[in-house]
Write a protein that binds this ligand. Sequence first.
Ligand SMILES: Cc1cc2nc3c(=O)[nH]c(=O)nc-3n(C[C@H](O)[C@H](O)[C@H](O)COP(=O)(O)OP(=O)(O)OC[C@H]3O[C@@H](n4cnc5c(N)ncnc54)[C@H](O)[C@@H]3O)c2cc1C
Ligand code: FES
Length: 364
Amino acid sequence: MEILYNIITATVISGSLSIILVVAEYFFANYGDCKITVNDKKELVVKGGGNLLNALAENKIFIPSACGGRGSCGFCKVKALDGAGPVLPTEKPYLSAKELNNNVRLSCQIKVRQDIKIEIPEELFNIKKFKAKVIEVIDYTYDIKGITFQLLDPDTVDFKAGQYMQLETPKYEKSKQVISRAYSISSIPDNKNALQFIIRRVPDGLCTTWVHDYLKMGDIVNLVGPFGDFYIRDTDTDIIYVAGGSGKAPIKSMVEHAAKYQNPRKMTYFFGARAMKDLYLTEEFQEYEKTMPDFTYVPVLSSPDPEDDWKGKTGFIPPYFKDYIRDPLKTEAYLCGSPGMIAAVEKELTKLGVPNDKIYFDSF
Ligand SMILES: Cc1cc2nc3c(=O)[nH]c(=O)nc-3n(C[C@H](O)[C@H](O)[C@H](O)COP(=O)(O)OP(=O)(O)OC[C@H]3O[C@@H](n4cnc5c(N)ncnc54)[C@H](O)[C@@H]3O)c2cc1C
Ligand code: FES
């Protein structure tokens, strides 16, 4: 009883102290102007107190961020050379020992309290923020929509099939803040003025609830990007794609682009879904089997409903790999889906002999 009392007392005291510190910082801390030096060539003067990710974005330097700064994606890495303070416990799960040694940090977790010196990849200077208007909304399934945005300002973007943008949704009744989330572009790079995204509803998800229940034709949003290194490598190996649900978005862009340019590589796309109600764009992908030099579409249902009368492949996808992989050493794999799915598929592909450095993925 006494131990329990001591634990509760300690928890209440430390909780109260944390709240006092946060409140004191909010009302009384004044860090004045701070200088952020980027790659030894750009100097930004910002008002201290905010986080580094936002301070950079306000100065049109956009660091990748899939979670909008919540510290839950690990995408917003920068090399902090000076002035970033100690590494926080919230950063450690996302940083390898090598990254910690090299002063790599999560920019959304660094508070700008003094002058800071950082290094970022040069290509991030090319990332832009676009104003865009909703011009098409398609219901692909009961929980997946295809949304097309026309770019207004700037009005064109260059990207590679498979890359993603960050969608900023406005404040609305379920979110008092602007929300930013990553979405893969599902249209092809040739169309530089209009971008399509395929967005699956996440129950109670802040961004997807807005997209599914509030977004309407003509709405204006901000898109930031393009980001990511999930794109087809320029080689002549065979290709295996594995992606279900909204993971089809980047693969759609890759396959449509390959179809347009009649890419001769042997490509096989395994689309995993639960039941027939989760299948979409099936006819379009079956059409590519006829029009592309060497493309095969393999939908696999894990638990079809009785009324589906499904005669196709069922169960898990990996047991089917051996029927389609000709030479594992000459195969690249592009995977998109949940971290669990990616880990399981990667393990099976490696067992079959596909080299680990030829397996590329985006996990979400
Ligand atoms: C590189 C990249 C590309 C992406 N591309 C796409 C895409 O093309 N299409 C697409 O639909 N999504 C994509 N995502 C996922 C997307 O960024 C959001 O994470 C997702 O839409 C949920 O956002 P939300 O604001 O609605 O949910 P949140 O408000 O962020 O989350 C609400 C709750 O749901 C949980 N949650 C979050 N995501 C999922 C999930 N996927 N399944 C189950 N529970 C979840 C959270 O833990 C939280 O508890 C991508 C993510 C990354 C990193
Ligand atoms: S933006 Fe997601 S962890 Fe920093």
